[in-house]
Design a protein around this ligand. Sequence first.
Ligand SMILES: [Zn+2]
Length: 477
Amino acid sequence: MNRTTTRRQFLHQSTGAAAIASAAAALGRVPVFAGGQQPESARGGPANWKAGVAKAILTPEKGVWLAGYGSKRPPEGKLHELWMKALALEDARGRRAVLITSDFQGVPKDVSDRVFEQVRRKFGLERRQIMLTFSHNHCGPRLGDDLVDYYPVEPGQVELVNEYTALMEARLAAMVGEALAHLAPASLRLGEGRATFAVNRRNNREAEVPALLAQGTPLKGPVDHAVPVLTVARPDGSLAAILFGYACHPTTLSFTTWCGDYPGFAQLELEEKHPGAMAMFVNTCGGDQNPLPRRNVELCKRYGHMLAVGVAEAMQQPMPPVSSGLQMAFEHADLPYLQVVTREELLVFRQDKNAIRARWAARMLGKLDAGEKFAPSYPYPVHAWQLGREMLVIGTGAETVVDYALRFKKEFGRGTWVCGYTDDMIAYIPSRRVWEEGGYEGGSNLYEYGRPALRWSGEVEDRIAASVRRLVAEVRG
Ligand SMILES: [Zn+2]
């Protein structure tokens, strides 16, 4: 398959059923999907699980700024609603897990910790039983103290973000309760499609990408174009949920209108195509991947459509059922910083021309003045869920680069999902390769995320891999 050609063809396609068929053909597989018709392979089979779904709107009603780019971005209307969604699963022995997906740009540790505490008290769910993922949507709202030094300080905005954050925490916990209350017999099936719009942004200059694509010149650098798909069907064959993933930043758009970027459009298209089903998106390891070219709504819709086509493609193939059985493990891996920042360095940075670094330095000095001591490492969340014999979900915090997904999928085999952006926004998480190369995702940029250091130690990949291996051994034991 010529991926470059495929991608170019996609960029010039119109939407609709005919386009889905031709897109699937362009991907090198036989299209058997006719518009409006639900694929048989995604339904039926033994209902050896229980599943419950729930969703809630997260679009702010007041003037919370949009998140993710380093500037003041007051909202101007919306293209569509933003959502948080929950899938509760229970195996034949009554063991439960809840996966949350959401259109948040970033969920910081304080916020997810409070949500985990609420669901523990209200529903008895331990930390290993719940993952709180976010798509990293840059047309989503600020939340908690995520990227707090990114934005110019305005007291009114601080109040709005605090008020909105408290509302979202309560809504997240209530949604988990609703998903658990809706647990009912279901069967799970696994598949995989492809979508080719993610570009390794470290290895290709954004301005050159359109010309390279037009020439058919292959783009450089590792990518993960897989679209893993899990369907949840009721005994009557109706679909309750379609969970799918992709490794790419939702940064097609940088305007100030609420929308879910390409994952938002993909979910809307799938829900329209499968009435009654809830579509859920997880960003797999897209820390160094961008949707290119970008910056207009037409392209954003097109990428959403390409992703929906990838899901449709997976659902046209035979989808093996997931046998009942749920094993879950969780731990914090200790990720060391290269060097914790000193008071002397902060005093210099406070005068920095870079406004983000200056705000960060002033805030860090305030912490030191208040008697706080900076820890030399960060507690990094790592999950492993084994579903039956067929599916392994590895959940990793923050902006893991694509190397993590490629590595763990190779290491643990078919049916492995590697989700980034789980539980905590933290920072970029470079692999050893990216750390050695340096640059934006691997270099001295931890100040942007409010960490008390400039750079990770080169060991972070080894620490995460050791943790993942330990947890996978536990859930497969
Ligand atoms: Zn990012």
